[in-house]
Ligand binder design. Structure first.
Ligand SMILES: [Zn+2]
Length: 291
């Protein structure tokens, strides 16, 4: 079976990106797996600390493994935004493929020291386990925000990227390049979009020399996303867009069937809504830039 590292190398060569979609229930997990399967695309399922606390760490690992085994599908599991070594180790022991070890909110030198230690301990458990480190502050919460955090305007520098990667030996770097977590209300209505600094992404890619992840991809200008992938982004995270589709699906199902109580008759609308978003995003991530 193909590994996450193989998939990332393939994406890097093809100037395509792998979609990373967060889940916190079986409906969203099924939507992600089915959309990827139908398109023949590899996919990463992400669960943050709160999302995996809700689903159960070993339970979500078992679910993803069972899909991989049953369908022979390249579906991988990432411990998204993990803020402590203990939780990262728990995920590695549970059979996750990767972790986002996120100490981006502490001072840069401490982030380097803690990430370096995490890489060493995690690789000791499983040498093929993939570790992503994070520099720069892109806010938190895959939710609907009233205003963007001030910090979201500060971009990671090539010097920081080089220093961080050299010192920590992470496999993947998550920089701040104009992206942010969550969506503004105007973005949920399609009235505004996040814009990315494409030139900075290319500079960071050259300086870091490793895989790059774009966090907070929801609500990003589609043209910018394509250019960012061509410039070196290998993974794009989408969460808020799925949550919005999930909620809309449930609301419409409840409105259409006011007396229905069977979950399996209410939830398919949410499943189809989420699946539609995943499908659309995966198509965009796989599309190569013209020329
Ligand atoms: Zn993120």
């Amino acid at each position: 079976m193909i590994t996450l590292r193989d998939v990332l190398q393939q994406a890097d060569r093809n100037k395509a990106a792998v979609g990373h979609f967060n889940v916190s229930d079986l409906v969203t997990l099924r939507a992600v797996a089915e959309a990827a399967r139908e398109l023949g695309a590899p996919v990463i399922v992400g669960v943050s600390e709160s999302e995996r606390e809700f689903m159960g760490v070993s339970q979500v690992a078992a679910l993803v493994r069972s899909i991989r085994d049953e369908y022979g599908q390249p579906i991988f599991l990432n411990a998204d935004h993990t803020h402590s070594l203990a939780k990262a180790l728990e995920a590695a022991h549970a059979g996750f493929d990767s972790v986002v070890f996120d100490r981006s909110t502490i001072p840069f030198d401490k982030n380097i020291a803690e990430t370096k230690q995490a890489v060493a301990e995690l690789k000791a458990i499983n040498p093929s386990f993939i570790v992503e480190g994070e520099i720069g502050d892109i806010g938190s919460g895959s939710e609907i925000h009233d205003a963007a955090p001030d910090s979201s305007r500060v971009l990671s520098t090539p010097e920081e990227a080089r220093q961080f990667v050299d010192a920590t030996s992470v496999d993947i770097l998550a920089p701040a390049v104009g992206n942010m977590h969550g969506m503004l209300r105007s973005m949920t209505r399609g009235e505004s979009h996040k814009r990315l600094d494409i030139e900075r992404i290319a500079e960071l890619k050259a300086a870091a020399g490793i895989f790059l992840t774009l966090h907070g991809g929801s609500g990003t200008d589609a043209g910018d996303l394509k250019k960012a992938i061509a410039a070196g982004i290998n993974i794009v995270h989408i969460n808020t867009e799925l949550r919005i589709a999930w909620r809309h699906g449930i609301e419409s199902a409840l409105a259409a069937q006011p007396d229905e109580v069977a979950p399996y008759k209410i939830l398919p609308a949410a499943l189809e809504g989420v699946k539609g978003v995943v499908r659309e995003r995966l198509r965009l991530f796989a599309a190569r830039m013209a020329g």
